[in-house]
Design a protein around this ligand. Structure first.
Ligand code: SF4
Length: 269
C-alpha cells in the first residue's frame, strides 16, 4: 500500500508514473546498474526528461546540479564520463543522483553499499542519510548488515522466507529481541570484544523452499526452540502485550517462560 493505493492493482502506466516520481530505488550493484554505453549526464537527464518533461537543456543542467549534490567533484566534466571511467563509489553516487532526480517521497535502497570498500560505504550511507533528512523523504533500507541497521534506522522489519517475522523501533528491538530468528542473526554477528579465533555462531540448516513452503513456522527446521505446534501452525504477526509497537511471529517468543510441556526446549533467557 502506498498513500492508500494498492500498488499491486495499479495499471502499467500508473506504475510507470509512480516509479521515479514518487518511489525511487537505488540498486545493489553500482557496477552493472548504469548503462555502459551512455554518458552519465545523459542517464540522469533522461530520467528528468521522461518524468518531469524538462527540455534537453534544462535537464542537462539539472543533471550537473544533481551530480554536485551527491558530492561528485567537477560535476560538469564528470557528466560527460561513461560509467567505466568512474570508481564504484562514484557510480553509486550517480545511481543515487538518478534516484533523487524527481524528488521521490520514498527511496528504496537495496544493499546499496555491497561491493564498496568500508570507507566508501560510510560515505554513501552518510549521503543517503543526508538526502533523506534534507528532502523529508522516507527510506527503506534493505540490508544484511546489522551494524548499519543498528546505527542508521528508526524502525526494523526482520524478514524470513519472504515474511515479516519481527517489527519494532530499532532500540526496542535490540533491547528486547522476541523472535528466535532475530536472536540467531544477532548471535551470528562478529563482536569486536570477543577473543580472536572465537567461532561465529552460524544458523544451522538452510532457508526453506519458497515454492513448497513448509507447514507451520518457516524457521522451525532451524530453530532451537521449535516444538510440535511450530511445525503444525504458522504463527501470525502479533503485537507484544507489553510493547504494542513491537510485533513478532512466534509461538514461543524469547523472554517469556517456556510452556510446561516443552520437551527438551532450551531454557529461555
Ligand atoms: S514459532 Fe516456534 S519454530 Fe518458529 S521461531 Fe517461534 S519457537 Fe521457533
Amino acid at each position: 500500500m502506498f498513500k492508500g493505493r494498492d500498488l499491486l492493482k495499479l495499471k502499467k502506466k500508473e506504475l510507470q508514473r509512480l516509479r521515479g516520481d514518487e518511489v525511487a530505488m537505488v540498486f545493489q550493484d553500482p557496477m552493472t546498474s548504469l548503462n555502459p554505453v551512455h554518458r552519465i549526464g545523459r542517464q540522469i537527464a533522461e530520467t528528468l526528461r521522461l518524468h518531469l518533461k524538462l527540455s534537453k537543456k534544462v535537464a542537462n543542467e539539472s543533471a550537473v546540479t544533481l551530480l554536485a549534490q551527491v558530492g561528485i567533484p567537477s560535476p560538469a566534466l564528470r557528466a560527460r564520463n561513461y560509467p567505466v571511467e568512474l570508481s564504484g563509489g562514484m557510480r553509486q553516487r550517480v545511481m543515487i543522483a538518478i534516484a533523487l532526480a524527481c524528488g521521490p517521497q520514498v527511496l528504496l535502497a537495496d544493499e546499496p553499499t555491497t561491493g564498496l570498500d568500508v570507507t566508501i560505504q560510510a560515505q554513501i550511507l552518510d549521503l543517503l542519510g543526508e538526502a533523506q533528512r534534507m528532502r523529508h523523504m522516507a527510506m527503506i533500507f534493505v540490508t544484511h548488515d546489522l551494524g548499519i541497521v543498528a546505527t542508521r534506522t528508526d524502525q526494523i522489519m526482520v524478514m524470513y522466507a519472504g515474511r515479516a517475522v519481527e517489527v519494532a523501533p530499532t532500540r526496542q528491538l535490540f533491547a528486547n529481541v522476541r523472535m528466535p530468528y532475530t536472536e540467531a542473526l544477532l548471535h551470528s554477528t562478529p563482536r569486536i570484544g570477543n577473543p580472536s579465533h572465537t567461532r561465529l555462531q552460524a544458523i544451522d540448516g538452510r532457508p526453506p523452499d519458497l515454492v513448497h513452503r513448509p507447514v507451520g513456522c518457516a524457521f522451525a527446521a532451524r530453530c532451537p526452540y521449535a516444538q510440535d505446534r511450530c511445525r503444525e501452525e504458522s504463527p501470525p504477526l502479533i503485537a507484544d502485550a507489553a510493547e504494542p509497537n513491537h510485533f513478532y511471529a512466534c509461538w514461543y517468543p524469547r523472554g517469556t517462560p517456556a510452556p510446561a510441556n516443552a520437551q527438551g526446549a532450551p531454557s529461555v533467557a
